[in-house]
Design a protein around this ligand. Structure first.
Ligand code: C2O
Ligand code: CU
Length: 699
């Protein structure tokens, strides 16, 4: 509902800008009509304009009213306290001032017995009156202001959010002043009204230039001010204690903060929070980052950044409980590389985030990661150095952890990892159909991984009922049978899908087409079916049953955080952009959620922006407690939660993995313009830094 209401309000506002702009200029022109008869006609037309504006103002107020009755407060507070008052003020002004003046004007200019009236000072006085003209013009200016606020919500409110209102007031007063000047000129005894459009035009032009110059100045200074320092400790951020006691921590750039209420904890450096340092690894992998031109199945070539010369990188398969050692070698990727184990909750020093848990590995450099594969399921790995570009160009791959108990040897296990290579949608490097022969009766597991940036990938399984058996590398309990149900997978997310192979073909369509997907058939033959939209879309909050969990919605939480996702037209690092905020801020001003080891944490995530945000917390899995006020049906653990427009999620996690953890939008483009923050454990210190003067650019 929220996106529709949001969009309707904004759309109506845009129309209102145009209509009121025309109405405003027509109103100020009545004064210059050559005859009373013309004034008579124009006054009627202007009354029509007043009618149209009223209609739009009321319609927008209606949309806002509907938001108020149907949505949570946070989704409409700005509309109720900023948009609506401005609209109402203009509506009142039109009714109290403009309409009575126009009616008066009509009366004075009504021809009597078919004899047109003469133009008199009295007529001029009304036609020039600011009370008649300004409400129309003020509506236009207010509509522009509301449009700005619609694009950049003042939620939570900050003092510079007042600036557009101040501008609106100044310009309205200036227009009023100009109109009063005209009014004074026509009521002077013996005044002659001459239509001098050029003079009026140059007046308007001057005003326009002054306003533009003022805006340009504001623009320039904001842009300069938004430049990030050349070197920035990732420990900077605004500490948020989530309603709990203040904790001791190294303040990084924010020295001088109040003393913590609790006793200072013992400190530990991120670099000491490693996996097992000794012990012979059960499995060793080497991943070499190198640039290479690689061919997709269709022959299309991609200038890629690869691991081991292939895109995606090799699938790393391991068993639960094994000690894993991965050596990263950077051969020639000048931008640097790291490896982050997306969804695997490894010790902090192994998390692979440049500038947070390690330095970026530059060409010629290496880095070794050691960790125990503690979870079972479907994961992926990717570089977390210039991650937006690195992932897009290919520095990623699937990572599968098989259970200790082993897997059914009969099972067919297929990894489907979607990516867009230079605009071509693909499954791995296959931008066509992956055909397989599978005997009827075989258990099949499809591991869906979405690595596309910005795309909620749609999968449709045609030809068999199926179950979603795991989300984000965590098994579901009591998954029900699904059929004709589209699976929409968020960026960075994973679904495991299972079924038993029937005696006829099964097709997994990717992206709604019969040209990209996985085709399974008993004999290797068969027709790829037509793809039509399913009758429903898989909803993880209404699926499966409850399994025992160490905590749940009725647990007592030590800290409760709120994360409000929004967008803003704004500046980030010296550029004007559509930016995506967390609690109204961009990194490094985003909040830093402060926790103490072993605490139980609850976070409410609210998306009041115009787009969806897959929020990814490193190092922890979040238990989803509720979605839009309703408790979730099953036990759903997530590491990459698809928070779409208007969504409210309550999630909880145990702070059981000390360190400094990224928490960001996995639309990596959003993270790159500041939609990133971190979770900070008490007493954890880091010497790493990010910024232009370093090699570390985690986003
Ligand atoms: Cu998959 Cu911080 O990333
Ligand atoms: Cu986002």
């Amino acid at each position: 509902m929220y996106p529709i209401l949001f969009g309707s309000e904004l759309g109506l506002i845009v129309l209102l800008i145009f209509l009121s702009w025309i109405a405003g200029s027509k109103a100020s022109n009545i004064l210059y009509k050559p005859s009373a008869e013309a004034v008579y006609r124009k006054a009627r037309k202007q009354l029509n304009w007043a009618g149209w504006l009223t209609l739009f103002l009321v319609a927008i107020l209606g949309v806002i009213g509907y938001m108020i009755v149907s949505l949570d407060f946070i989704f409409w507070e700005d509309r109720a306290f900023v948009h609506a008052p401005l609209l109402i003020l203009n509506l009142l002004a039109i009714f109290a001032f403009s309409i009575p003046k126009l009616i008066q004007l009509r009366k004075l200019t009504t021809p009597k017995d078919n004899v047109p009236k003469e133009l008199t000072t009295e007529i001029y006085a009304i036609a020039a009156h600011p009370k008649m003209v300004i409400p129309f013009q003020a509506t236009a200016l207010s509509a522009v202001t509301i449009f700005y606020y619609g694009m950049s919500s003042p939620v939570p409110f900050k003092w510079d959010d007042v600036l557009p209102l101040v501008m609106l007031a100044i310009v309205t007063v200036a227009l009023w002043y100009r109109q009063s000047f005209r009014y004074q000129a026509v009521i002077k005894p013996g005044a002659v009204v001459r239509n001098r459009p050029w003079i009026r035009f140059s007046g308007s032009l001057t005003m326009f230039l002054v306003v533009t110059a003022a805006l340009a100045l504001i623009f320039y200074t904001s842009m300069e001010r938004s430049k990030l320092p050349g070197q920035l400790s990732m420990m900077s951020g605004t500490p948020d204690y989530g309603g709990g006691i203040e904790l001791a921590h190294d303040h990084g750039q924010h020295a001088g903060h109040a003393q913590p209420a609790s006793a200072p904890a013992k400190t530990v450096s991120v670099t000491d929070l490693t996996g097992p340092k000794s012990g012979i690894p059960d499995r060793k992998f080497t991943l070499t980052a190198e640039k290479k031109t690689v061919q997709l199945a269709s022959g299309k070539s991609v200038d890629a950044w690869t691991f081991n010369g292939q895109i995606p990188g090799p699938e790393l398969r391991m068993n639960e409980g094994e000690l894993i050692e991965v050596t990263l070698i950077n051969k020639d990727v000048e931008a640097g590389a790291t490896i982050h184990w997306h969804g695997l909750d490894v010790p902090n020093a192994e998390d692979g985030v440049a500038g947070v848990t390690q330095d970026s590995v530059m060409p010629g450099g290496t880095h070794t990661y050691r960790f125990i594969a503690g979870q079972v399921g479907t994961f992926w790995y990717h570089s977390h150095q210039v991650s937006e570009e690195a992932v897009q160009k290919g520095l990623f791959g699937p990572l599968i952890v098989e259970p200790k108990s082993g897997v059914d040897p009969k099972q067919t296990d297929i990894t489907v990892i979607t990516h867009i290579w230079n605009g071509a949608f693909a499954n791995g490097s296959n931008d066509g159909i992956d055909k397989r022969t599978v005997q009827p009766g075989t258990p099949v597991k499809l591991r869906l991984i979405n690595t596309d940036d910005w795309v909620r990938e749609k999968f449709q399984l045609i030809g068999t009922p199926f179950k979603v058996t795991a989300i984000d590398g965590t098994s579901l309990t009591g998954p029900g049978k699904l059929e004709n149900t589209d699976l929409v997978l968020t960026t960075g997310g994973r679904y495991d899908v299972e079924f038993t192979m029937p005696d006829h073909p099964v097709y997994l369509s990717i992206n709604g087409t019969s040209k990209l997907g996985v085709f399974l058939s008993p004999d290797g033959n068969g027709e790829i079916p037509k793809v039509t939209p399913g009758t429903s879309t898989f909803n993880p909050s209404e699926y499966g049953s409850i399994a025992p969990t160490p905590f749940n919605a009725s647990s007592k939480f030590d800290r409760e955080f709120t994360m409000v996702l929004d967008n803003r037209l704004g500046f980030y690092n010296g550029q004007f952009d559509q930016v995506y905020t967390i609690n109204g801020e961009l990194f490094p001003n985003t909040p830093m959620f402060m926790v103490r080891e072993n605490e139980l944490i609850k976070t409410t995530i609210i998306n009041r922006s115009m787009v969806d945000h897959p929020m990814h917390l490193h190092g922890h899995h979040m238990l989803v407690l509720s979605h839009n006020g309703k408790p979730v049906q099953g036990t759903w653990w997530s590491d990459t939660l698809d928070v779409v427009q208007g969504d409210v999620y309550e999630v909880a996690f145990k702070a059981d993995n000390p360190g400094m953890w990224m928490d960001h939008c996995h639309n990596l483009q959003h993270a790159g313009v500041g939609m990133s923050m971190h979770l900070m454990y008490e007493g954890v210190t880091s010497t790493f830094s990010v910024g232009e003067d370093t090699n570390n650019h985690p986003e």
